[in-house]
Structures are given as C-alpha cells and as structure tokens.
Design a protein around this ligand. Structure first.
Ligand code: HEC
Ligand code: HEC
Ligand code: HEC
Ligand code: HEC
Length: 443
C-alpha cells in the first residue's frame, strides 16, 4: 500500500473517532466541573508570565496575551458601554451587565454552585470558558506530569480538535439552544455576527505556538481542514436553530437572523439584485443567509462530488421551502442537516493535502466568477476562506514566499471591497477577485 493511502486510511479512522467524541463534547459553561476563575490561572509562575518561558512546553504568558490583545477579556466591559445600555433599555432589561441573556456570551457564566471562591463573572470570557472548569485538572496539570489526554479526561476541553472547537466558538458566535442573539436583540442594536473558524482562531489572537513540541503533544489540523470543518459545523449549527421550535419563529414571521441581513438592510437606491442559480428564488423575497452553504458547495465538490450534488439539491429545496412556510422549511432543513452532519465527519477524516488546497483556492474564486458572491455575507466568507487557504499553503510549502506575497497583496483588495458591508458592490468585489486570480501561480 502506498504511504499516502495508508495516511488517508489512518486519518479516516482517526477522523471518525474525532467526530464521534467531539460532537458529544459538553461545552464548558454547561459542564460538571467547578470553575476556579482567571485569577487562579494568572500567577506569574503559571500562565501570567510577562514574557514566554524558554524551557517550557507552553508559553506561560497566555494571561498577558488574553488580557492585552484578546477581545474576550473585554467582553464583560462591553456590557457597561452606552451601546449595551441602549440595547438593554430597548429590550426592557434593567441593565446589560446583570442580564443572563448578555452574560451568557459576554462572560463565562456557569451556575453559581459551579463557581469557585475567586471566580468573577466580570473577568469576561475567561480561560475556563474555553478550556473547561479546572476543578479536577488543575491539580494534575500544575505538576507538569500529566499528559494532554490525562488533562482532557479530567475535564479539560479539547480546544485543539476542530469539531470541538467549532462547537465551542459557535455556541457564542452564533448561539445554541440556551443562548441566542435573535433578530429582536439585533433590532435593539446588537451588531451583526459573522464567524470563520480558522480566521477567528488566528485573530483571537493565538496565545500558543504550534511548534514541533506542540505537534508531538497534540494532533494538528491544517488551516484548510479547520476551515472546511468550520463551514460544515457553522451551517449545522444554523440548521439546528431552524429546527428548534423555541428559536425558529417569532409570531407570524420566521426568525430573521437566519436570513441574509443585507437582503433587507440596504439602501433602496443600491439596486443590485440578480438571479442566483443556487438559490432559485424570484426578486423581492428575503433570502436565507447561505454564505456557509456557498463555501460548503465548493469544498464538497472537491472532496465528494456525489454528496456535492445532494447538497446542491437540498440547499435549493431549503431556499424554495423558506418562501413556502414553516413546515416546509423545517422538513427541508432536516434533510440538509443530515448531509451537513455527514460532511463534518467526512472532512474530519480527509487529509486536505496540497492538491486539495490548490483546487479549493481555485474553487472559491470560480464561485465568485459564477455569480455566487452577489450577497455580502458570501463575499465576506470567501475572503476569509482565501486567507485561510493561503496561510495553510505557505505553511505546507505549496507556494514560495514571492508568490505568497503577491497573492496576499492582491487579497487586500478583496478585503477593501468587503470592508463596509452596507456599501458592498458585487462588481467591485468580483473585479478584485479576478485581479487576485491573476496572481495565482500555475500549479
Ligand atoms: C463564552 C462565549 C464565547 C466563546 C466560547 C467564544 N467567544 Fe469569541 N467572542 C465572544 C464575545 C462576546 C466577543 C465580543 C467581545 C467584545 O468585543 O465585547 C468575542 C469576540 C471574538 C473575536 C474578536 C472579533 C472582532 O470582531 O474583533 C474573535 C476573533 C473571537 N471572539 C474568536 C473566538 C474563537 C476562535 C472562539 C473559539 C475558540 C471563541 N471566540 C469562543 C464570546 C465568545
Ligand atoms: C449568543 C451570544 C451572544 C449574546 C446572547 C449576546 N452577545 Fe453581544 N456579542 C456576541 C459576539 C460573538 C460579539 C462579537 C461579534 C463580532 O465582532 O463578530 C458581540 C458583540 C457585541 C457588541 C459589540 C462589541 C464591540 O466591541 O463592537 C455589543 C455592544 C454587544 N455584543 C452587546 C450585547 C448585549 C447588551 C447583549 C444582551 C442583550 C448581548 N450582547 C448578547 C455574542 C453575544
Ligand atoms: C476563546 C477561547 C479561549 C480562551 C478564552 C482562552 N483560550 Fe487558551 N486556547 C484556546 C485555543 C483554541 C487553543 C489552541 C488549541 C489547543 O492547543 O488546545 C488554546 C491553547 C491554550 C494553551 C495550550 C498551549 C500548548 O502549547 O499546548 C494554553 C496553556 C492556554 N490556551 C491557556 C489559556 C489561559 C491561561 C487562558 C486565560 C488567560 C486561555 N487559554 C484563554 C482557546 C482559548
Ligand atoms: C426580512 C427582513 C429582515 C432581515 C433578513 C433582517 N432584518 Fe433587521 N430589521 C428588519 C425590520 C423590518 C426591522 C425594523 C425596522 C424599524 O423598526 O424601522 C429591522 C430592524 C433591525 C435593526 C434596528 C434598526 C434601527 O433602526 O434601529 C437592526 C440593527 C437590524 N435589524 C439588524 C439585522 C441583522 C444584523 C440582520 C441579519 C442577521 C437582520 N437585521 C436581518 C428586517 C429584517
């Protein structure tokens, strides 16, 4: 057997194991363990060093990175701002910083009996919001003798696994069955949310380095695989919302956050509607936000063309159903959800090698030329996708430094064309995309 094939098989087996265990993972907020609080992690001999330690497996200055550069450390303070106070007022809440609906995402908000002595909700989205209540793993992990697996068995959340990570991030960056920014909260003034797993992991910013030692301790998913899994997980999470009777309707209307914000919110003088074959709807109808589906179509076409065809039919059916009514929408969402779940497992078991990276880069550009980025949300996802693929290509040595730099510079124009959502012009974006295409080396 060729080594490539063996690796493929191995990663397929690992992928299934990964998918199975990660999907079952309980996110830290709802976990069994007590949360000790950021202060307990921030000692100068623990994770509160000012500069990275030389002889340590981890950086030890994670707290400083989080405190100074990571928006999560400011998430609670956001609730004290004038903007949040206005949102709270509009929703009839006494204030934002004590409202469960806000704290569930803008802080680590486990129930009172799961909080340790020095735990403070005002720390915002702290270490344990992502890494899990430290009650059981704190003891063994400070000895330095525990392996990563030992820590995970003692309640550490496996943030390195892309499926588990996606589930965690999306629980706040989209919402879940217990916490959710619906259109009423948006209408009160909450900003639009968008998410791409690999990009957001990078800009958090990372408080760890993926070096040789890291890859010995943890399984590393390359950026393209992380992106692919993130797309399948994101749309799965959205579909779960559409299937949830508590979240999918608001009076006579369907819940509007499932729809493309800009389908309704853009100046009437900016006339830009064009038919899209993958949507199949007439003008004048709100469209579901299908930005993740557009990306998923590109990825699936490369990884499994048969499933890609099914995905295409089911996506079209969902768009059609959205114009018919709730029952039809739920039925179509259920069918599509089975497929997107299958894709999560598929992508977890696929190695995403050099040829995949090349094909996916081309695929994302082609989708734009075929008219898939008429809506802002899809262009935004495409831009983040290209960025994720380029970074992975550079790491894997698929492109040399000069080619990488030329493509990055061209990608800047795509970023410019998506900088202001309400001023988005599809033609300008596609022109930037074509200029980018000209910088792609012949593979
Ligand atoms: C407990 C909820 C929660 C979890 C879990 C969470 N986030 Fe966030 N995240 C937030 C909130 C709230 C903000 C906005 C903070 C602010 O500006 O007030 C945010 C902001 C961010 C930002 C900055 C966005 C910007 O526009 O600058 C990035 C990047 C980010 N999160 C990445 C991630 C990633 C990656 C994960 C998963 C590993 C994750 N987040 C998990 C709640 C969460
Ligand atoms: C389901 C999780 C969730 C809930 C519930 C939630 N938020 Fe947010 N909020 C976020 C995330 C994630 C962001 C960052 C969005 C981004 O930049 O991509 C954010 C951003 C914000 C911002 C803009 C912050 C900035 O720096 O630009 C404000 C203000 C805000 N939220 C206030 C509130 C208030 C007030 C409530 C309660 C009524 C609330 N949020 C409920 C997840 C949530
Ligand atoms: C928004 C989610 C989030 C928050 C908040 C967060 N982390 Fe992380 N952390 C991650 C992710 C994602 C990784 C990378 C995947 C991995 O190695 O598990 C990581 C990795 C780590 C690592 C592993 C480094 C390695 O080489 O193995 C340490 C240590 C760490 N974080 C400590 C902290 C500390 C301390 C805090 C609080 C000051 C914190 N983290 C807050 C998401 C988060
Ligand atoms: C089907 C059409 C539709 C969709 C889709 C839609 N909205 Fe709205 N939105 C409305 C309507 C109607 C109002 C109420 C307008 C008013 O009160 O003047 C509104 C109000 C708002 C407001 C308050 C505006 C104000 O004047 O204070 C915000 C902010 C907002 N929406 C954000 C969003 C975001 C973000 C999305 C996507 C996640 C979204 N909307 C999707 C129709 C829509």
């Amino acid at each position: 057997m060729r080594p490539g094939r063996l690796i493929g098989l191995l990663s397929a087996v690992l992928g299934f194991w990964w998918a199975g265990s990660a999907a079952a993972q309980t996110i830290p907020q709802y976990g069994q363990d007590r949360h000790v609080g950021v202060t307990s992690c921030a000692g100068s001999t623990c994770h509160g060093a000012v500069t990275p330690w030389k002889n340590s497996t981890v950086l030890q200055n994670e707290y400083v990175t989080w405190e100074q550069k990571d928006r999560h450390s400011k998430a609670y303070k956001t609730l004290l701002t004038e903007r949040s106070q206005r949102i709270a007022r509009n929703l009839g809440l006494a204030n934002a910083h004590e409202a469960k609906v806000c704290l569930d995402c803008h802080a680590h908000n486990p129930p009172a009996e799961k909080r340790g002595r020095v735990f403070q909700v005002s720390d915002g989205v702290g270490c344990e919001a992502c890494h899990g209540g430290a009650e059981r793993w704190l003891g063994v992990h400070v000895t330095g003798l525990a392996s990563h697996d030992d820590n995970v068995k003692a309640g550490l959340y496996p943030t390195e696994e892309p499926i588990a990570r996606a589930k965690l991030c999306l629980s706040c960056h989209f919402g879940d069955q217990n916490k959710f920014v619906n259109h009423r909260i948006m209408g009160a003034g909450h900003p639009r949310m968008s998410f791409e797993l690999d990009t957001f992991t990078a800009i958090q910013p990372a408080h760890y380095v993926v070096d040789e030692d890291y890859t010995k301790r943890k399984r590393v998913s390359n950026g393209v695989q992380t992106w692919a899994i993130g797309q399948a997980m994101a749309i799965s999470t959205v579909l779960d919302g559409m299937l949830d009777p508590k979240r999918n309707r608001d009076g006579i209307f369907p819940e509007l956050v499932f729809f493309d914000c800009h389908a309704c919110h853009h100046p009437m003088s900016n006339v830009r509607w064009e038919p899209r074959a993958s949507v199949g709807l007439q003008p004048g109808l709100p469209r579901l936000n299908d930005s993740n589906l557009v990306m998923l179509a590109v990825i699936t076409q490369r990884i499994d063309p048969t499933l890609a065809n099914k995905l295409k039919q089911e996506s079209l059916a969902l768009h059609q159903a959205s114009a018919q009514g709730n029952e039809a929408t739920v039925a179509a969402a259920r069918a599509l959800r089975a497929t997107t779940g299958e894709l999560v497992t598929k992508f977890a078991g696929h190695a995403f090698g050099k040829a995949d990276m090349q094909a996916l880069l081309t695929g994302v550009v082609e989708a734009g030329k075929a008219g898939e980025y008429i809506d802002y949300a899809a262009a935004e996802q495409a831009t983040m996708a290209i960025s994720a693929i380029l970074t992975a290509m550079r790491r894997a040595g698929v492109v040399d430094e000069n080619a990488y730099k030329a493509m990055r510079a061209a990608l800047d124009k795509c970023y410019e064309a998506t900088a202001k959502d309400e001023e988005y012009k599809p033609r300008v974006y596609v022109a930037a995309l074509q200029a980018f295409e000209a910088t792609i080396p012949k593979f």
